[in-house]
Structures are given as C-alpha cells and as structure tokens.
Design a protein around this ligand. Structure first.
Ligand code: BG6
Length: 471
C-alpha cells in the first residue's frame, strides 16, 4: 500500500507521557502525595504505608526540571502534539481543598509555554493513575461519591487556567482499567480481593458522572476545547469459530466497550445493565446523574492500543496469557514482547474500524508502542540505541492506521507511548523502555539522566516530515 496521501494534512503526530512516570520532584512545588508514591513496584506488589526510597518515580526522568530540553527534542522530531498529564496532587495536594496550589499551576504554564514556542499542541490527561493519596486513604477513592465534586472543582480550575491554550483534553486515562487495577486506576484503597462488586461498579459510575461534569465545565469555561474519553482498547477474538467462543469473546469485549458506549451515547447499554443484574449489583444513580451522562457526551474517543486478546467458553482452554494484564486467553498465532504482550498490528486496524462503526466519533490513538530492553552503543562517537525492533513495531502499526484511514475511519492523530523513556506503570521499571529518546537511568536508580537519540528518533522524524509517506 502507498500511504503518500492517506494521512490527513492536519494529522496530529506526537508522543505521550504521564506526570508520575516522567516528572519526579514528587515532593517539590507544594505537590501532595499521590497513590504512585506508595506503589514503588507498580501493580506487581501491594501498596506500601508511605513513600519509600526504592520508588523510581520519586525522580522518574526528572522532567520537572528538564522539560525545556525534552520538549526541544520533541520539536526536533517535528511533533505536532505532546500528550502529558497534569498531576492532580500538584494542583490540589490533598484533593479535597477549595483553593488550588499556584506553584503547581505555574509549572504547567511553563510546560505549555514551551509547547507553544514550537507550535506543539498540548494534549492533556486530567487523571492518569495519580489520584491524590489523601483521597484514597480518607475516602477510598472513587468508591465515594464525594470524589465527583473534588474532581469537578479540579476540572474547573484547569479549564479556567489553561482552557484558552489547551484544545484537547482527556478526562481519565484508560478508564476501563479500574476493572483490573482498582488502586492504580480508581484510587481505591480497599484491596482488590476484598472489594465488593457493588463498590467497584459504583466507583465506575462515579467516574463516569465526573467525566460528564468535566465536559460540562469545558463547555462553560473553554468553549473551543474538545473533550475525549480514554479507553484501553483490547480487541477480543474468539479462540475458535465455535459460536460459544464467539459469544464469550463478545461478552468479554463488552466489559471494555461499555465505557465508550456510555461516554458516546450517554446511557448504560442493556447488556451492561443485565451484567449488573446478573452480578447482583444495585447502583445508586440519581436522575441528575442520568441527565448529565446524556447531555455531556464526548467530542472524540481516544484509546491506548498494545495488544489483542482471545477468549473461549471452554474452561479447559482458558489459559490466561502471561502479559494479559486485562485477562484474556493467548492467541496462538501471535508473537509477544519480552513482557508477554502479544503483538498484533492488524488488531489496530480492527479496533479503529470497530470504534468508528460503533460510535462515529473521531478517534485519537494516544498510546501504542513496544516496551523493550535497549542497549546503549557508540556509533561515530555518538551514544545511541539501534532499536530496529521498535521501528518495525511502530511502522507495522502505522501501516495499519493508514489502512484504517483508507477504510474511511476518521483518525485525529497518533501519540506513541513513552516518546522519551520513562518509568513503567505496571512494573515500575525503567528498563522497560518505549522511547525515541534514551534516558540514562537504571532500575537501581543509578545513571546520569542524560538523554540520547535512538535510531528510531530519526525514523519518526522522517515519518512526521513526510506525513506518513515514508512508512
Ligand atoms: C498504559 C498506561 O496502560 O500503558 C501507561 O496508560 C503505561 O501509563 C503504558 O505506562 C505501558 O504500560 P507499562 O506497564 O509497560 O508501563
């Protein structure tokens, strides 16, 4: 396929990050603690009592102090957009205060200034696995309805301050991941194995209402802003053509699709209500909640895409793949990354078509990429990484994005994950690298924090400058 004219002229090429995975400075600038400060090993071990020195996120890649240098490198690659998150606990250190922390707001002003300098459009996630710790410990996170009001206040502060400078906003990162990681995603302190279904689904409802209220706030305070939901996309294939497997894969996939359905259509789908009934869950939903969900639906749908999964009704074949953090059976036709994440470029075309057919909303791919162990080498006196494996991965996925655009899907942009190496969310490793830019920091915390351009840096710059024609 020739992609020379497939990508629209205003396609938003860029890269994606999150505050807790890049900023460091965990206790500077008036910032309060977030759940990440008690999750030194990601979701691989239970939370700790308080902050511990083995937490790489305390310094992360020191973006808090090096943002200007990093954004200059993004500009050198030709980024049109940069996805970052605002750390809620920099703005409201505890989460339930009435007045924001000016030093936190000023930091993001400086980041946005730097983006503007290069004509880079900021794409802001308002909550990326960074619930203020106080809200987790005092309220049990999103289980408690009070969080709706705290989040609305936070959203209003953000739109009032940055709404004229930031056009694209995402309310909750991978909102559906709360099903599998209640603490990281929903700030829920109750351990997963003790969390009742009712509390879990009430937390989801509270987040959905908060997301609608953020959209309402944007309409009032930042009329030019566009608000999107952000879901973890997980195309689910039947393991065999057995109709029972087809139904099983549909049922599993709907646990994720429900989040987009509600954000786009403004109401709970029948299959979701049935599943709540089947699980004996009764939610507290007010008429006002229903009206908000209906009226304040999203402008676009954004999603992360790393892997597809398979599903079967046959319990004896339900072997959960090693890297399937959202469940699902391994697909015997696919290869996997070193962390067991199954690699499926065609799945990206599948999901783009599925979402477009289902919702008819512009789609934004705000995460995709390969976590890999990189080796720093010297070429012509320059330190670099020869990451042809990453180039192949991204190239293969982007070819499928081109196919989907050719299929008629409206795609707004592509921001591969971890455009600069950062701390992994699931395992909190730095050695699980995604970037075009290598950061000299190791899992034991050693390293200079110096930045080096990988081979993929030049490759991506060429993709952007040719608007995808070089793929
Ligand atoms: C997504 C998250 O799940 O995947 C990111 O939004 C995360 O925060 C990314 O970093 C990759 O996952 P991991 O575990 O490899 O960092």
């Amino acid at each position: 396929m020739t992609n020379s004219s497939i990508f629209p002229a205003d396609f938003l090429w860029g890269g994606a990050t999150a505050a807790n995975q890049i900023e460091g400075a965990y206790n500077e600038g008036g910032k309060g603690l977030s759940i990440q400060d008690v999750m030194p090993k990601g979701i691989t071990t239970p939370r700790t009592e308080g902050p511990t020195d083995d937490n790489l996120k305390q310094v992360a890649i020191d973006f808090y102090h090096r943002y200007a240098e990093d954004i200059a490198l993004f500009a050198e690659m030709g980024f049109k957009t940069f996805r970052f998150s605002i750390a809620w606990s920099r703005i409201f250190p505890l989460g339930d205060e009435t007045e924001p922390n000016e030093e936190g707001l000023a930091f993001y002003d400086r980041v946005i200034d730097e983006c503007e300098k290069y004509g880079i459009e900021p794409l802001v996630t308002m909550s990326h696995y960074e619930t203020p710790l106080h809200l987790t410990e005092t309220y049990d996170g999103w289980v408690n309805r009070d969080l709706i009001g705290f989040y609305e206040r936070y959203a209003r502060v953000l739109f009032a301050r940055f709404g004229s400078r930031v056009k694209y906003w995402l309310t909750f990162n991978e909102i559906n991941s709360v099903l599998h990681a209640p603490l990281m995603s929903g700030g829920i302190n109750t351990p997963k194995d003790q969390l009742s279904k009712t509390d879990l689904y009430q937390a989801i409802h509270n987040e959905l209402v908060a997301s609608a209220l953020a959209t309402k706030a944007a309409r009032e305070l930042a009329p030019n802003a566009q608000v999107g939901c952000m879901v973890l996309a997980m195309p689910t294939y039947p393991l065999t053509p057995d109709p029972d497997d087809v139904m099983a894969s549909l049922t599993t996939e709907r646990t994720n699709l429900a989040f987009g359905d509600i954000h786009v259509r403004g109401e709970y789908p029948g299959y979701y209500l049935r599943s709540l009934r089947d699980q004996g869950v009764e939610l507290a939903i007010t008429d006002e909640d229903r009206a908000l969900l209906k009226e304040y639906t999203v402008d676009f749908v954004s999603f992360s895409y790393y892997m597809s999964i398979a599903e079967t009704a046959d319990e004896s074949k339900r072997v959960i793949g090693e890297g399937n953090i959202m469940g699902g059976v391994s697909n015997p036709t696919l290869q996997a990354s070193e962390w067991g994440w199954q690699i499926d470029p065609v799945g990206l075309r599948v999901v783009l078509n599925q979402f477009w057919d289902r919702w008819q909303k512009p789609l934004f791919i705000v995460e995709n990429g390969l976590g890999a162990k990189d080796k720093l080498v010297e070429v012509d006196g320059q330190k670099t990484v020869l990451d042809d494996y990453r180039i192949t991965y991204l190239n293969d996925h982007l070819v499928q994005v081109g196919e989907a655009i050719d299929d008629g899907v409206e795609v707004m942009g592509y921001t591969p994950w971890g455009c600069i190496d950062l701390v992994s969310a699931s395992t909190a490793q730095l050695s699980k690298r995604y970037g075009f830019i290598y950061v000299d920091r190791n899992d034991d915390g050693t390293g200079t924090l110096d930045r080096y351009k990988k081979k993929s840096f030049g490759w991506y710059a060429e993709v952007i400058s040719s608007n995808g024609a070089s793929l």
